[in-house]
Design a protein around this ligand. Structure first.
Ligand SMILES: [Zn+2]
Ligand SMILES: [Zn+2]
Length: 232
């Protein structure tokens, strides 16, 4: 139902603010998320990333606590433009696109559709007010709408900090993740899908997964729109 409402509001919005491609800014049909040119340019992830940590080369030795990663694209040119426009808070199309792609991926694997909960990586309330939304929530809600797996943004929390996680060195990121926390919830034996827009070093996903597992979660599967290639 929410999805139908979104379609109607998108149609009406397009009359006043014509829909644009989040990657190249050209005008596109009100129903589309990306233009065809950019769709073709997105670098789809093949089998070479490690299925457990989501990286090339594998970083499993760093002690990750999540069980598997599914990612759509490599973080490069077109995908990076999409993520930047999503983070700037002026174009939700790329978040919609990623949500739809990840939902499609889940539907191809019946086992994944039996998971218990879709949870977004949290953003502080202050940041949500500034940006208008949490992009991980945009992605997680679409996945929930399209697959029927329940959604909750009331489990993980994040304190406000003016420091951007992506601007930090790998070492500083590990320190900064203490901003993430979890509410008093019982997740005993639950299998959880954790959603985010980008997987960089994996330290945020690891922290969130640690918190979910400390509350009893049996499995944490990370779903991300893009993963960066690590420099060797
Ligand atoms: Zn485009
Ligand atoms: Zn690995």
């Amino acid at each position: 139902m929410r999805w139908e409402k979104t379609l109607i509001s998108r149609f009406i919005l397009d009359l006043f603010y014509p829909n644009r491609c989040p990657c190249c800014d050209c005008f596109i049909n009100w129903k589309d998320n990306l233009c065809e040119y950019c769709m073709d340019k997105l670098e789809i992830i093949n089998q070479e990333i490690c299925s457990k940590c989501g990286k090339i080369p594998c970083v499993c030795d760093n002690g990750i606590s999540f069980d598997k990663v599914y990612a759509c694209y490599y973080y490069a040119e077109t995908a990076a433009e999409g993520i930047i426009s999503l983070k700037k808070g002026n174009n939700l199309n790329y978040g919609n696109h990623i949500g739809e792609q990840l939902a499609r991926l889940l539907k191809e694997n019946e086992d994944l559709l039996k998971l218990d909960l879709v949870v977004p990586v949290p953003m502080s309330k202050k940041k949500i007010r500034q940006r208008g939304y949490n992009q991980a929530e945009v992605i997680a809600r679409i996945i929930s709408d399209k697959t029927g797996i329940p959604y909750s943004n009331k489990i993980l929390t994040r304190k406000h900090t003016d420091i951007e996680q992506h601007s930090l060195s790998a070492e500083d990121r590990k320190m900064n993740i203490s901003q993430y926390d979890i509410n008093e919830v019982d997740l005993s034996d639950m299998r959880i899908l954790l959603c985010d827009d980008v997987l960089t070093t994996g330290s945020t996903a690891k922290r969130c997964s640690d918190l979910l597992k400390a509350r009893g979660a049996k499995t944490v599967i990370v779903l991300v729109g893009t993963t960066t290639k690590l420099k060797i």
